[in-house]
Write a protein that binds this ligand. Sequence first.
Ligand code: NAP
Length: 349
Amino acid sequence: MTKVAPGRTKVAFIGTGIMGSAIAGHILDAGYDLTVYNRTKKKADALVGRGATWAESPSAAAEGADVVFTMVGMPADVEDVYLSGDGLIRAARRGSWLIDLTTSSPQLAKDIHDAAEVGEVHAFDCPVTGGQAGAEAGTLTLMVGASEADAADVEPLLETFSSKRFYFGGPGMGQTAKLCNQVSLASCMVGMADALALAEQGGLDTGQVIEMIGAGMGSSRALAELGPQALEGDWRPGFFSEHMLKDIGLALEQAEDLDITLPGAETAFTLYDMLCQIGGARLGTQALSLLYATNEDATAAGLDWSLLEIDSDEHDEGCGCGHDHGDHEHCGCEHGHGGCGCEHEGEES
Ligand code: NAP
């Protein structure tokens, strides 16, 4: 294929949630012919209203498309959209491009790349960072699992919604780079929640503390942008806590494969897992502060600490899932991970 261009290149976009709807909007604004599909149709209505064409399935969206973007939630969603019987690998035209923007598993990205290659389809992972604000402004940073030369034909499309692109050379490498970002962010979020709790309990003006930290080495965009939201009790998601938990879990899996430990990420995993277990999965990541809040405030935000309670027999005899307790992080079972070793008794927060 020659370089993409509006008027010549047909684009499909699958997954029009918080990030996908904004990104697809920029592709549409740049003048590309756009077809969209999302599991819940109404989340694509605004794009259809602006001129996109609705498709009834991922494979229908891919029919005739030169470039297909995906921005779904979890690795299982990516697997479903690409590798199921009715998935993109079967539906994609020879010579077309499949670009996954989801934060997902590096190994899955490699599997998709290899499966696509068999049918002479180009596929690469391209997770993003910059949050909802970056998606809306079209200023995301991209972590590309391909070389710059290999992705050159689709670069103009990537430029419609990003301001920085880092090429990591090969399939899965974009996802690994994104997991490095998430590991760093996860510890920043724990730092934010710790600092705000200490400031509040220490009787300080919390707004002043955020400003003060922002002036020095302790600063982070997480604290600057999400700290004020946490102080206002605004837990609405720009980035879901369950997606943060998924990302840290993927990083820990990779660390295990590499035989290294990531203590900061492990702490963050324990805390986000706790938050998700007690009802915070669909709250924004700033809701980590609710783990430090009074029971009254946590309940008002929709959390229920009693959900964390685990039968003490399970601690002693295993839960029957076939994993050692230390391995629950990666098995996807419903059992508490941090909960197994945590010091919370449900009431204390
Ligand atoms: P989101 O709002 O939940 O969007 C995901 C969308 O994918 C939803 O609309 C969902 O449909 C759709 N979907 C899931 N499975 C599907 C399937 N099998 N077929 C079709 N559509 C499917 O989440 P998001 O915040 O946009 O995040 C998307 C991804 O980007 C996640 O991997 C996240 O970790 C990553 N990310 C997010 C941010 C952020 O700040 N939000 C930043 C960087 C990266 P339904 O509407 O039916 O649920």
